[in-house]
Design a protein around this ligand. Sequence first.
Ligand SMILES: *Cc1c(COP(=O)(O)O)cnc(C)c1O
Length: 424
Amino acid sequence: MSEYHIDTKCIHAGYTPGDGEPRVVPIVQSTTYKYDHAETLGKLFDLEEAGFFYTRLGNPTLDAVEKKIAAMEGGVGAMLTSSGQAASLISVLNICHAGDHVVSSSAIYGGTFNLFYKTMQEMGIEFTFVSPNSTEEELNAAFKPNTRCVFAETLANPALIVTDLELFAKVAHAHEVPLLVDNTFPTPVNCRPFTFGADIVIHSTTKYMDGHAVQVGGVIVDSGNFNWENGKYPEFTEPDESYHGVVYAKQFGKAAYITKARTHLMRDLGAQASPQNAFLLNLGLETLALRMERHCSNALAVASYLEKSDKIAWVNYPGLESNAYYTLAKKYMPNGTCGVISFGIKGGREAAAKFMEGLKMASIVIHVADLRTCVLHPASTTHRQLSDEQLVEAGIGADMIRMSVGIENIEDILNDIDQSLKQL
Ligand SMILES: *Cc1c(COP(=O)(O)O)cnc(C)c1O
């Protein structure tokens, strides 16, 4: 599939039906798979043969969608999860244990921050949060002898900060640890972090990849590029006694990380996606390239419009030339970033609420990144668990409105905004 462009991969990668088989990836709603010989099942369990035996560990519908996303990102393998949160958790847990340390950008999704700052630190994994604008020296200073990975978000939700992926990758690799990147907002249509040195990519597929707001899901993608045999990761070079003594790096080579994520952590944590959700996700993926184009052109038009309004205090969209991250955005996302913009209304919190309530077509929802234009006040909703200091670190002001610009006709979107602004 590598010869196809990304928009073609969105449609065709991952599934090639045989003669007389369904043209569309079918929903295989079965937990279990039948075999004629007990021995075959034994070999599947020992990972000596590839095949399905229990849907927690693999399912033909999930498999097709995993192969499609791996092809879109340019990786060697992928694993769907029940949510983006599960993908973040498993991506780190696959290589970090109690006593290990992670360097994470502070410009990350609020849910990821809570997961790292509270739950995973309670599990004994220590996190150091660094500014997404850190210099090489500042990043280097965050490392410890027990650092096992670096985590960042390509385009942070909702701060819309663009991470200098090449710099983060360079520093991670100088310390012989992988760079894990949450690529949810740009999607592989607008950015493929592996081409900039990232080793593992994760997504909340709940957002643009699905795009219709019908399923919660996540995915982990393995580039196959990281050398797990550098002496720092015994979980890949020493036998896993809980899995018949398998040595992942030896038996699975480039796919060691993603195989272990499945056979070890999906086996133990059971955060798999459902076949029905994988099917819905696949429908979304088929039109992803087309939708991202429209999201980006609509968002740029809305951002430019707001920038000119005297009722708006500030506008944040990396696609605007006035934006601090414009140059980085052009480098990492030359075809556009995403449909999410943020802005502040003059008059702060109160004016923000009045503006949002005045919208007729756009709705107030917690969701973001689907085809309907919607708005949200992060400081009082998605990020309300954060302290004022943490809000500033994450790049979120109390007056910030996050608008997820949909794919409706741009004139209807602008008219809606205009009529609500006029009521202020
Ligand atoms: C929504 C989101 C997540 C969490 O995903 P869920 O599917 O809601 O669990 C993680 N990262 C980013 C960037 C997100 O926007």
